[in-house]
Structures are given as structure tokens and as C-alpha cells.
Design a protein around this ligand. Structure first.
Ligand code: TGC
Ligand code: FAD
Length: 388
């Protein structure tokens, strides 16, 4: 039998392709060498360095699954997930920036945009030269996007948009926003460019989570959007939900990356911490906690891998995405909290990173469909009754 590896107990590494391992290793080096050294200060200052977008572009992490003609590399869903895992091991906010650009801004243009829109925006978004955001949520209730109030009205040559969006990752630094609005009561997607008159985006400053990621609102005051900027290929909530399928899947991997970091930190810390004359890790209580963490992380990653293989083969269902997003975010949050406890007082410092992961994962458990909302999606599929 092969040797047991505490950081790969089920031997996932062997089941990745050579290309997937290469992408994973590149993402790991970039995350550890370029992101980790700057995250503590960025989190404390509450600042997002936009240069990260061009760096990720250079690494090929933006829109990686898209065809080469649009700046992608036709990476598999599994490779995309592996990138998310490595980036989020450093900070959920950096993974947010990457997944919003790839899954929520580039993907809708690719899947539902015209050839002109794809040619105009995607290659520059793949390099990070253009930053995009995704405006679905409104202040009055994010879990129920069907109730959105933002409206589009057809006018000569295009549309007039009025309304506002709230909690929008990257909006203050975005060059374009994918805005979902009701046109004659049907939800449609619009590419709203930063310089369109009446478009505003300001930063939300009172955040105790995802502080290294920039979040803002979007104001739309009679914004004229030309006909060329409506996404022609989709009508209804299927549009934004198709993008969310991709992003939620990536989060299932990413959250486990954050959990893995916390598990490894707890293992290292308790290995070195001498109490009552012995390392803390020699105690039964501590070992049980580490075993529970390890079990949940590597089962969660197996689930994410199985789902990625299904997405790659085309045989997948959205409910499985809800299951893995919900499970992995909820478990990651619990693991990060446990790791924080095992570090004692040191666990609350920036230097140890675990408290930052706890604070970030509170958001990750809520956005892209809150934990309980995904339970209701599964509940509806199990029972046939909608309990929203
Ligand atoms: P429902 O009746 O269930 O569906 C309406 C229409 O949408 C279709 N649909 C889907 N299509 C593709 N994939 C999916 N996963 C889909 N789910 C639903 C469905 O077939 C139907 O189509 P049609 O043609 O029949 O009209 O809609 P509902 O209004 O009952 O929705 C219920 C609910 C709660 C499931 C849904 O609204 C929901 O998922 N709420 C959560 C909202 C959410 O996830 N927001 C995320 C905002 S973006 C974000 O958080 C980004 S953070 C990013 C970062 O920083 O990383
Ligand atoms: P609510 O919908 O008000 O939910 C509050 C609570 O009620 C939750 O616990 C929820 O589980 C529960 N709940 C809701 N409905 C039910 C029900 N029927 N039965 C029982 N319980 C229920 N959105 C975007 O569009 N784009 C972005 O880029 C984006 N980035 C974000 C970044 C950050 C940092 C944050 C915090 C949010 C972001 N969001 C974004 C918004 C995010 O998707 C929403 O916060 C999320 O969907 C939840 O909506 P809400 O905050 O309005 O909570």
C-alpha cells in the first residue's frame, strides 16, 4: 500500500491529470509567494490592490476555462477549482476577485454575449486590463433576486436603466458591470461600462470580513445602455444562476483551501506548543479535533473533485453544486473556528492568519446563496415542496 499522507489521506493527487497538477502548483507558488506576504497588511488596511488582477491575468487564472481566442486556456473545471483552492488558502477575498472576474463577469459574456461583445471585452478581461463585476443583489433582499427593483426601459437605440445594487464585489474598481435588471418584467443582463453617464460605484467601508477584497454598491441613474450592450443570449433568472453555478462550484474548492490552511496551521502550532511538559498535539482532545478537521476537508475535496469531473463531462445538476457549496462553506467555517481556538490567544493575531479566515468564511457562507438557502434548494428537490 502507498504511504499515508496526512495532507492527502485519500490520495487525490494521484487522480489529477499532469496538467491539473501543473496548474495547481503554479497557483500554489503564486499564492504563497505573491499574495501571502501582502495579505495581513491589506486586510488590516481594508485595501484591495488592483495590480492583483493583472498578476492573475499573467498567470492565466482569469477566464481560464474559456477558449484561447478569448484569452483563456480551455482549462478544466477541476483545474479552475484547484486554482480557487490555492488562492483561497491565502485569502477568500483574493479568490473572490478571481471568481467574480472569471465566473460572474467573463462567463456571462462568453455564454450569452454577441460575437462583438466577446471580442471587445473578453481578451482584455483575461489579462486583467479590464475588471468586471456582477450586479444581482439589491439592498432589499439578496436571497430573493426575483424581487429585484432595478428596471430597464427600451428607448431609441438601447435602454435606460434605473435602480441600485448592493454588496457588489469589485464594483468600485470595475471597468464594466454585468447588471441584471427587469425589462418588461423579464430579467435581462446588461454590460454597463464605467463611463456611461449616471453609473456610480462606491466602496462599502464598514466590513469586518473580506477586508482584502473591495465591495461596493452600484447606482444607476437613468443610465443609457446601447443595444450593443444587452446580453442577447438569455432571458430570466437562468442567466445569473448559470453564472452562479460556476462560481458556487469554485467556492466549494476555495472554502476547503481556507480550511486546509487552518488545519495545517493548527497541526503545526499544536506540534510546537509545549504545555504541561508535552506538545499539545500529543493530547487526545487535540488529536480528535485534527482528525475531525482532516476528515471533513478531504471528504469535501473529494466531493468537489467528483462535481468537477461531472461538470467537465457535461453530466451535472445544479442541486449537487448547492450541496457542495453549502457543505464545504459550512464545514470550512467550523474548521477555521476550531483552529482559532486551538491556537489560544495567538489565534486572534494577524500573524497566525486563522482569525482572518474565520472572519472571511462568515461571508463565504452567506454569499452566492446563503447556507440555509442552499438547504432549501436541496429541500425542494428532496420533497417537491418549495419552502422559500
Ligand atoms: P426558481 O423558480 O427556482 O428559478 C427561476 C428560474 O431560474 C432557473 N434556475 C436555474 N438555472 C440554472 N442554474 C440554476 N442553478 C438555476 N436555479 C434556477 C429555473 O429553472 C427557472 O427558470 P425558468 O426558465 O423556469 O424561469 O427561482 P426562485 O425565485 O424561486 O429562486 C429561489 C432561490 C432562493 C433558489 C434563488 O433565488 C437563489 O439561489 N437565491 C440566492 C441568491 C444568490 O445566490 N445570490 C448570489 C449573488 S452573487 C454573489 O453573491 C457573488 S459573491 C462573489 C464573490 O465575491 O466571490
Ligand atoms: P438575506 O437574503 O436578507 O438573508 C438573511 C438570512 O435569512 C440568511 O441567513 C438567509 O439564509 C436567511 N433566509 C433567506 N431566505 C430565507 C427563507 N426563505 N427561509 C429561511 N431563511 C431564509 N451579490 C452580488 O450580486 N454580486 C456580488 O459580487 C456580491 N458580492 C458580495 C460580497 C460580500 C462581501 C457580501 C457580504 C455579499 C456579496 N453579495 C454579492 C451579496 C450576497 O449574495 C448576499 O449577501 C446573499 O445572497 C444574501 O443576501 P442578503 O445579504 O440580502 O441576506
Amino acid at each position: 500500500p502507498r504511504t499515508f499522507r496526512w495532507d492527502d489521506p485519500l490520495g487525490m493527487d494521484e487522480r489529477l491529470t499532469g496538467e491539473e497538477r501543473m496548474v495547481r502548483d503554479a497557483a500554489r507558488s503564486y499564492a504563497r509567494e505573491a499574495l501571502l506576504p501582502r495579505v495581513v497588511e491589506a486586510f488590516e488596511a481594508g485595501s484591495f490592490d488592483s495590480a492583483i488582477m493583472t498578476e492573475m491575468g499573467e498567470m492565466g487564472f482569469l477566464g481560464a476555462m474559456l477558449p484561447e481566442a478569448y484569452g483563456g486556456s480551455e482549462a478544466s473545471h477541476v483545474a479552475y477549482g484547484l486554482i480557487a483552492r490555492e488562492i483561497e488558502a491565502v485569502d477568500s477575498g483574493y479568490r473572490s476577485a478571481m471568481s467574480v472576474q472569471s465566473s460572474l463577469a467573463m462567463y456571462p459574456i462568453y455564454a450569452f454575449g454577441s460575437d462583438e461583445q466577446k471580442a471587445k471585452f473578453l481578451p482584455k478581461m483575461a489579462t486583467g486590463e479590464l475588471i468586471g463585476c456582477f450586479g444581482l443583489t439589491e439592498a432589499d433582499g439578496g436571497s430573493d433576486p426575483a424581487s429585484m427593483k432595478t428596471k430597464a426601459v427600451a428607448v431609441e437605440g438601447g435602454y435606460r436603466l434605473n435602480g441600485s445594487k448592493y454588496w457588489i464585489t469589485n464594483s468600485p474598481v470595475s471597468d464594466l458591470a454585468i447588471v441584471w435588471a427587469k425589462l418588461d418584467d423579464t430579467i435581462r443582463g446588461f454590460i454597463v461600462e464605467r463611463d456611461f453617464a449616471g453609473f456610480t460605484a462606491s466602496k462599502i467601508t464598514d466590513k469586518l470580513s473580506l477586508r482584502a477584497s473591495i465591495t461596493g454598491d452600484i447606482g444607476l441613474d437613468d443610465v443609457f445602455v446601447p443595444e450593443a450592450n444587452i446580453l442577447p443570449g438569455v432571458k430570466g433568472l437562468r442567466g445569473p444562476f448559470s453564472c452562479l453555478n460556476k462560481a458556487r462550484y469554485g467556492i466549494a474548492w476555495g472554502a476547503m483551501g481556507a480550511a486546509e490552511f487552518c488545519f495545517q496551521a493548527a497541526r503545526d502550532y499544536t506540534g510546537e506548543r509545549m504545555l504541561f511538559g508535552r506538545p499539545l498535539s500529543s493530547r487526545q482532545l487535540v488529536q480528535k479535533k485534527l482528525a475531525d478537521m482532516q476528515t471533513e476537508i478531504y471528504l469535501g475535496l473529494e466531493g468537489a473533485l467528483a462535481l468537477g469531473r461531472q461538470l467537465d463531462s457535461g453530466a451535472w445538476v445544479p442541486e449537487a453544486i448547492s450541496m457542495m457549496k453549502r457543505n464545504n462553506c459550512g464545514k470550512a467555517l467550523a474548521i477555521a473556528r476550531e483552529a482559532r481556538d486551538m491556537h489560544g490567544g495567538a489565534g486572534i493575531t494577524g500573524e497566525m492568519h486563522v482569525m482572518r479566515h474565520v472572519m472571511n468564511l462568515e461571508t463565504v457562507n452567506t454569499y452566492e446563496g446563503a447556507h440555509d438557502v442552499h438547504a432549501l434548494i436541496l429541500g425542494r428537490a428532496i420533497t417537491g415542496h418549495s419552502a422559500f
